[in-house]
Write a protein that binds this ligand. Structure first.
Ligand SMILES: Nc1ncnc2c1ncn2[C@@H]1O[C@H](COP(=O)(O)OP(=O)(O)OP(=O)(O)O)[C@@H](O)[C@H]1O
Ligand SMILES: [Mg+2]
Length: 328
């Protein structure tokens, strides 16, 4: 990949607790290129949001980056604090969360919020910012944008509000957008529209996107590559078609079911028997081994290999279909 927008290298997030140190993110590495959407999936508690929050510098203390690197356009950002980080967050990184209301100020009109963000990050006049704000709303499909710009967040429907959040995330022309379950809180009928919008805008503008979701339909529709997380680690990372139709990690295979994607009616991840272990009680060896029907002695003794250290796809000692079971 030539010059990724985002490079995460051996990222470790730790939370000190009375009973020891927890690692909600353990040795995670991935890149996202301009115009590329990386989908991130995994069961609840797998570390998806923690990874995203670490990247944008929004970890809630006492969680902290213990080691590793986060490079944005080749420059490390994990040491930045306060004002420097805040500026970077608005200008270079946009954020979209599950609940649009958390990203919007209820006391300001959407126009005021857009203009404020635009003026803070782009060297343009107030009049120009106002014009841009209207254009930004038009671009995300808000009808009668010139009038709606004076409305407050609560005056929009959930779907329209999430469109406003997308406009706000993109209005300072960021290089990276972190979208954490952006459609989960919305009606099913609106979800696909929001995903399509996000995908189109990111493609057009060459924005790198980390898209966290539980919805396999969203992954299949929008993502170029997919990262599967389990107990804080990357279980599998690869092109979306390959991962969805030819999972190599037994955990991914369990999530996807064994049927090919095309004939798959399901949108949600499948339930796998058992539960993901708590961070404070991770089993020895590969964290997935108690739920894995392929587990052997090695899996019970050693953590799975990191993806960069093995076949580049699955953090597994005995991946499916590779290399022994390769079908060509
Ligand atoms: N302050 C804390 N103290 C201890 N553990 C925490 C704390 N905050 C988060 N965790 C743990 O960190 C892990 C990762 O959480 P994270 O929110 O990243 O999961 P997630 O993959 O985004 O899940 P979901 O799909 O439910 O959003 C979870 O196991 C969670 O219990
Ligand atoms: Mg989450």
């Amino acid at each position: 990949m030539s010059n990724p927008v985002l490079s995460v290298r051996d990222l470790v997030v730790e939370i000190p607790t009375r009973n020891g140190i927890l690692r909600p993110v353990d040795n995670v590495s991935y890149d996202i290129a301009a115009g590329e959407i990386l989908g991130v999936v995994g069961e609840s508690g797998a570390g998806k949001s923690m990874t995203g929050n670490a990247v944008i510098g929004l970890l809630d203390p006492p969680a902290r980056i213990a080691s590793g690197e986060v490079l944005l356009d080749g420059k490390p950002i994990q040491g930045l604090k306060g004002e420097a980080l805040r500026r970077l967050r608005g200008k270079k990184m946009g954020m979209i969360f599950q609940d649009p209301l958390t990203s919007l100020n209820p006391l300001l009109t959407v126009g005021e919020q857009l203009e404020e963000t635009i003026l803070e990050h782009l060297p343009i006049s107030a009049a120009e910012a106002r014009k841009r704000a209207v254009e930004a709303l038009e671009e995300v499909g808000i009808p009668a944008a010139a009038q709606r710009i004076g409305s407050y967040p609560h005056e929009f429907s959930g779907g329209m509000r999430q469109r406003v959040v997308i406009a706000l995330a993109l209005c300072a022309e960021p290089d990276l957008v972190i979208a954490d379950e952006p459609t989960t809180a919305l009606d099913v009928s609106v979800q696909a529209q929001i995903v399509a919008l996000l995908k189109r805008l990111c493609r057009e503008r060459g924005v790198a996107v980390m898209l966290v979701t539980h919805d396999m339909g969203v992954i299949a529709e929008a993502a170029d590559r997919v990262a599967v997380m389990y107990a804080g680690r990357l279980a599998e990372l690869g092109p979306v078609r390959d991962v969805l139709t030819n999972a190599r990690h037994p955990y991914t295979a369990g999530l996807m079911g064994s049927t090919p994607l095309a004939s798959q009616g399901q949108r949600r991840l499948r339930q796998i028997p058992g539960a993901m272990p708590r961070l404070g009680a991770l089993p020895q060896g590969c964290a997935f081994h108690p739920r894995c029907d392929r587990a052997e002695d090695r899996c019970r003794a050693e953590p799975g290999p990191t993806i960069s250290a093995c076949d580049g796809r699955a953090a597994c000692w005995f991946p499916l279909g590779y290399p022994q079971e390769a079908t060509g």
